[in-house]
Design a binder for this molecule. Structure first.
Ligand code: PLP
Ligand code: COI
Length: 334
């Protein structure tokens, strides 16, 4: 029997959302309520000056049916850092964690079996109604947590990806790559659609000035037997929790893990015999089969998903779903 088609990533939400308001200089008590349009003044800060940030992480269903959230503390910390950099009211870590738990508990029955998961999406919006406030932060804000049952992020599912190597344009301003704000995705969208049309690719790998950074929605890793190379942390790209998890696991597995800047020429040399993959909450660890540059196509290894990519992905999913014991305290049972 053929499996029923799964909804595209993010198109279906669970019934409830958690909502908290920041006003009078503090976070008010949150509420769990049915997902519905929110009242937002047309002069709201977010609608004019883009005062918004968000997070993305997952709750997984284990073999025993237990539901666990993966590395929530890291994602909440990143959200607080994004808020600080955008001069938005910082969510209270304990309150946000409680909001997430309430949303997950309410959606317990809708957490799909692996390889599906419940994708959790906290979002923070500046709501002060003032169209003159381009250089004034929003004094009020809304914090909302949504949840969505998800399966594959990339439409091709288990197929190796085709990636365009953009060696000139940047994804975002160099100090904002580290911030998970909607404007960064808006900035990358046109370039991604253009590359899709021109080169038939799935994603764009941003390598401004020839230095390899990340794609529009995932970090970038080079792999081969016992070796991992990825860009060292700086403010130009998002510090992925999946990236950190994979690096930790690879080190524990005895890999030589290198974090440093590298350029397109070194990457193209590496993929003649090695592997390349995208890492992220949505992407998990997705193998790259082809890199397309302005000069032509470069097959990554044999063009399929490589064995090291598969091995690391399986190791990560095993931790997330509780198939192996969680020795690092990355899971919280809900
Ligand atoms: N880079 C970008 C631009 C992303 O949108 C994401 C996804 O969240 C990542 C990297 C990976 O981050 P994480 O592994 O924390 O999901
Ligand atoms: C994530 O992996 O959480 C992402 O941010 C990807 C998202 C843009 C769908």
């Amino acid at each position: 029997m053929q499996a029923a088609a799964k909804p595209a990533f993010g198109t279906v939400l669970t019934e409830n959302m958690a909502v908290a308001e920041f006003r009078d200089g503090r976070w008010q008590a949150h509420e769990l309520k049915p997902v519905a349009p929110i009242p937002l003044h047309p002069a709201a800060h977010v609608l004019h000056y883009g005062s918004e940030c968000f997070e993305g992480f997952k709750a997984h269903r284990g073999k025993d049916g237990a539901i666990s959230v993966f590395r929530m503390d890291r994602h909440i910390e990143r959200m607080r850092q994004s808020a600080r950099q955008l001069v938005l009211p910082e969510p209270d870590a304990a309150q946000l964690a409680t909001m997430v738990r309430e949303v997950v508990r309410a959606a317990r029955e809708q957490v799909p079996e692996p390889p599906g998961a419940l994708y959790l999406r906290p979002m923070l919006l500046g709501t002060t109604p003032n169209i003159g406030a381009a250089a004034t932060p929003s004094a009020t804000a809304l914090l909302i947590v949504l949840a969505s049952p998800v399966w594959d992020y990339f439409a091709g599912g288990a197929k190796a990806l085709r990636i365009f190597v953009e060696d000139q344009k940047t994804r975002t301003a160099s100090h904002l790559g580290v911030v998970k704000t909607g404007g960064n995705y808006a900035a990358a969208l046109g370039l991604t659609l253009e590359a899709r049309k021109q080169y038939g690719v799935d994603q764009v790998l941003f390598c401004p000035g020839g230095s390899v950074q990340e794609t529009g929605a995932a970090n970038f890793l080079l792999l081969r037997d016992g070796q991992l190379l990825t860009r060292s942390l700086d403010s130009s790209f998002l510090h992925g929790v999946t990236r950190d998890s994979l690096l930790t696991m690879a080190r524990d597995l005895g890999f030589r893990v290198e974090e440093r800047a590298f350029d397109v020429a070194e990457m193209l040399e590496w993929v003649k015999t090695g592997e390349a993959a995208l890492s992220g909450t949505a992407a998990v660890l997705a193998g790259v089969g082809t890199l397309v540059t302005r000069d032509g196509e470069h097959k990554v290894g044999d063009g399929g998903i490589g064995p090291v990519t598969r091995r690391l992905r399986e190791a990560l999913v095993a931790v997330q779903t509780g198939a192996v014991s969680d020795t690092r305290g990355w899971l919280e049972r809900i």
